[in-house]
Design a protein around this ligand. Structure first.
Ligand code: FAD
Ligand code: SF4
Length: 331
């Protein structure tokens, strides 16, 4: 068994310096992903864990027309924060409460949620040799099936691993931005640009460079009159990852959709912003015909493998259902 050094950073600068200086070091926030992968599954290694859990990156504040969420705010704290509902962000709360369990939500942080790793069972089984994400160039065991909790959009024969976060689906729909601090300073990246498709390098999941720390997430406050919802379809009603999920926010004026945001979970290798659907929705009458056309537009070219075919129709139905719920249109 290999040993792991545990360090507690005194402040943000020290944390970044410690991880940047050591290619084998990783940040430790709530530990609900990192420790599972290292100690339970044995598929991730880190020589040093730099504990950031106590750094002053916790809580929310309103900055003009933006809600800033500290990266070390726990999922439970954010879900209970009245500002989330007061500022028309109840879909964020609903996405948080649809994820994990109360115990996990008390530990798990918002930064860690963005960086959670895939639940692909082949990735998490170190006895499976073919996994391009774990061992680049080794192949992908999942594409031969059986697969189920896998992606059908943004996937190809190199990797069909799903991004399993619920929260990120809501954040992507709301045009959230990720605040990042590294040895070379600070930057801000739109969440829609933060994740990268697997392509030929499934081991690269996002644009974060080694040593960079997520400090916060900025969420633009939705305009008045917006209606929104988070809908999660899963095998059981609680403590289960999504088969399909959706976050939708609509502004409807005189029966016409003036503004549409739609994002999907359970389908993509990254949290999936459904721009094709939004183009169909905007300017169109809010009715079932429009909703079905929007669902078709997203699922024109899915990549399925044995076991994931059912997701195509389930995703269509989930999109239509959430649009009905948000608009009040009957089925
Ligand atoms: P950690 O485990 O501490 O870290 C995760 C990764 O992020 C590590 O690589 C770490 O180095 C890095 N990291 C953490 N914080 C930062 C930072 N600020 N800057 C840079 N790097 C950082 N999620 C859902 O959305 N929906 C679910 O239904 C759901 N179900 C779950 C069920 C189980 C049984 C478990 C174990 C997890 C589930 N999760 C679910 C995932 C859970 O939300 C994440 O494990 C959690 O949010 C990770 O946060 P953490 O603080 O524990 O991160
Ligand atoms: Fe590995 Fe991705 Fe294939 Fe899963 S889907 S086995 S993570 S390469």
């Amino acid at each position: 068994m290999s040993t792991v050094e545990y360090l507690r950073a005194g402040d943000v600068t020290e944390a970044i310096a410690l991880v940047s200086a050591d290619p084998d070091a990783a940040y430790l926030a709530g530990g609900t992903t990192q420790l599972d992968l290292m100690l339970k599954d044995g598929v991730v290694e880190a020589g040093t864990l730099v504990d950031i859990g106590h750094l002053p990156l916790r809580g929310t504040e309103i900055l003009g027309d933006t809600l800033r969420i500290g990266a070390l705010t726990t999922m439970a704290e954010l879900a209970a924060d009245p500002v989330v509902v007061d500022q028309r962000l109840s879909l964020v709360r609903d996405a948080l409460l649809a994820g994990a369990s109360p115990q996990l939500r008390n530990m798990a942080t918002i930064g860690g949620n963005l960086l959670q790793r895939t639940r692909c069972r082949y990735f998490r089984d170190r006895l499976v040799p073919s996994c391009n994400k774990r061992s680049p160039g080794s192949g992908c065991a999942a594409v031969h099936g059986p697969a189920r909790m896998h992606a059908i959009l943004g996937a190809d024969r190199n990797c069909i691993a799903l991004h399993a976060s619920d929260l990120c689906v809501a954040l992507v729909a709301l045009d959230a931005k990720v605040g990042i601090q590294g040895p070379d300073g600070q930057r801000s990246v739109a969440l829609t640009e933060f994740y990268v498709l697997p392509g030929n390098s499934p081991d690269v999941e996002n644009v974060l460079r080694h040593g960079e720390l997520i400090t916060h997430v900025d969420v633009p406050l939705p305009t008045a009159g917006i209606r929104s919802e988070y809908l999660k379809v899963r095998d059981r009603a609680s403590y289960e990852f999504a088969l399909i999920s959706a976050a939708a926010a609509l502004v409807i004026e005189d029966g016409v959709i003036a503004d549409a945001r739609l994002a999907l979970g359970g389908v993509g290798t990254v949290p999936w912003r459904a721009r094709e659907a939004e183009e169909v929705l905007e300017g169109a009458p809010a009715n079932n015909r429009t909703f079905r056309a929007a669902a078709e537009a997203v699922l024109r070219d899915p990549y399925t493998v044995p076991g994931t075919e059912f997701k195509v129709e389930l995703a269509r139905r989930t999109i239509v259902r959430i649009l009905q719920n948000v608009s009040g249109v009957q089925s």
